[in-house]
Design a protein around this ligand. Structure first.
Ligand code: NAD
Length: 358
């Protein structure tokens, strides 16, 4: 028998419900890794409010150095009223933006999945959203949010949407690789009828598609895409798009599923990937043991799949979440939707750990 594989996971619990939801994700990771025969070693780092309290800054150097030595980083959430009145450069959110930049995570992956058991949790009709399973691949470190020149003065203001060939190629590659593991369909979203930068984007994505003959590539203008996401979201498999369009479309897509407590995300790029729920630190419910840990547990599953390529373990977790929902277990935030039993944060962690290790 060979030695089992071992991975180093950076863990950032953060503030508010962060520690509670991360503890449940680790409980699940421990169970599934034992069952699947690999090892996980955890190393904790500080970020956000808890880092400010301990060290005076939201992103300590130790965190920056430490995460770069890990195979992947699992993150809860940061922020809270206690730190809201600090100067901008000392605020928790500044620490998170700095961390993402340091890690060079140019690809943001946001799945929007609608669980059958929760079709009634959405604001859209069940018939429209049942079976939705979309992956939004958003470029995260370029485009109009970062483009130079930029200016704001008394008489005018402008920003610049810039993409280099390399930037488009690397995000397109991420999308094609993901599509190969899914239904092999990509819809690239742009505004090529108006913007040169989008024509450039489209041409590069077309060229990349020659390397992936099995993947069906279509293009859509962003205004139409916004409409189609609400009208008939099941038509999409992978959506590939730039920074600002992806910002808006991924938020719209996330609301198809109806609950913020369910949705994971991954930011990957040059090196180490960052895996985190899309919600914040929920200070209003922190410390009560009622937070929904499923978004964080799903993020841990994405970490296994996209950073460690432990696809079997990732499938186990995804199936366990579906089974728990089928069996009627709900945390309080989903209590109104066909619940058989309302469970606490840690009970939900126990259930997923149990199901995913079988
Ligand atoms: P939020 O996502 O923390 O909470 C919004 C609402 O959703 C709250 O009512 C909360 O109780 C609920 N909620 C969120 N996650 C939940 C879960 N897992 N289970 C059950 N209910 C859940 O957003 P907010 O209230 O706007 O922000 C709170 C703090 O979080 C702020 O300091 C904000 O800056 C920070 N924040 C951090 C991140 C991050 O760390 N990535 C993201 C967004 C907001």
């Amino acid at each position: 028998m060979g030695m089992s594989k071992s991975y180093r996971i950076g863990v950032i619990k953060g503030d508010g419900i962060g520690p509670e939801i991360i503890d449940e994700a680790i409980k699940v990771l421990d169970a599934v890794s034992v069952a699947q025969g690999f090892n996980l070693k955890y190393e904790e780092f500080l970020l956000g409010g808890s880092a400010i309290d301990a060290t005076g800054v939201p992103l300590p150097d130790e965190t920056i150095k430490g995460v770069k030595t890990c195979d992947a980083v699992l993150f809860g959430a940061i922020g809270g009223p206690k730190w809201d009145n600090l100067e901008r450069h000392l605020r928790p959110e500044t620490g998170l933006l700095g961390l993402r930049k340091e890690m060079g995570t140019f690809a943001n992956l946001r799945p929007a999945t609608v669980y059958d058991e929760l079709v009634n949790a959405s604001t859209l009709k069940a018939s429209v959203i049942k079976g939705v399973d979309i992956m939004v691949v958003r470029e995260l470190t370029g485009g109009i949010y970062f483009g130079e020149p930029r200016e704001l003065n008394e008489n005018m203001a402008f920003n610049t949407m810039v993409y280099s060939r390399g930037e488009v190629e690397r995000i397109a590659k991420v999308a094609f690789e993901i599509a190969m593991k899914r239904e092999k369909r990509i819809c690239s979203v742009d505004k090529a009828n108006v913007l040169e930068v989008s024509q450039f984007w489209r041409e590069i994505v077309e060229k990349m598609s020659l390397n992936y003959p099995e993947v069906e590539l279509t293009h859509m203008y962003v205004d139409n895409a916004a409409m189609q996401l609400i009208r008939s979201p099941k038509q999409f498999d992978v959506i590939l798009t730039g920074n600002i369009f992806g910002d808006i479309l991924s938020d719209a897509a996330s609301m198809l599923s109806g609950s913020i407590g369910l949705l994971p995300s991954a930011s990957t790029g040059r090196g180490v990937g960052l895996f985190e729920p899309i919600h914040g630190s929920a200070p209003d419910i922190a410390g009560q043991g009622i937070a929904n840990p499923l978004a964080t547990i799903s993020s841990a599953s994405m970490m296994l799949r996209y950073a460690l390529e432990e696809n079997g373990a990732s499938d186990k977790i995804d199936d366990a979440i579906k089974k728990a929902l089928q069996d009627g277990y709900r945390t309080g935030d989903l209590g109104d939707f066909d619940a058989k039993e309302i469970v606490s944060c840690s009970q939900m962690g126990d259930i997923i750990a149990d199901y995913s290790s079988k």
